[in-house]
Design a protein around this ligand. Structure first.
Ligand SMILES: [Zn+2]
Length: 101
């Protein structure tokens, strides 16, 4: 039992590390409005429960308030609403920054 417990703990720790790494990279990309991220991931703000595209003109949330979702559906299931500024659901993925603002 102890061995199994230890294995689970290490696996969990590994998953947490990987997620933290990914999240740090994701956050940097969102913070710089990396257009390549558009369609890849969405950033949700825990404090406002709003989900945004990477190229949203809204202010990037603080790192501790940011949460990442793979799709708008996933975000919705997690309790987030689609942002009205970046037209999360309406805009085609390659709409581009020009149409935003
Ligand atoms: Zn937005």
């Amino acid at each position: 039992m102890e061995v199994d417990g230890g294995r689970v703990t290490r696996a969990d720790q590994h998953a947490t590390d990987v997620l933290a790494l990914m999240t740090a990279e994701l956050y940097e990309s969102f913070a710089t409005r990396d257009v390549r991220l558009d369609g890849q991931a969405l950033i949700a703000v825990k404090t406002t429960a709003i989900d945004c595209r990477p190229i949203c003109p809204a202010r990037t949330p603080l790192r501790k308030n940011a949460r990442f979702n793979p799709t708008a559906d996933a975000a919705e299931q997690a309790g987030f609403r689609a942002c009205k500024r970046c037209h999360l659901r309406e805009a085609p993925v390659d709409a581009g920054i020009a149409q935003l603002g």
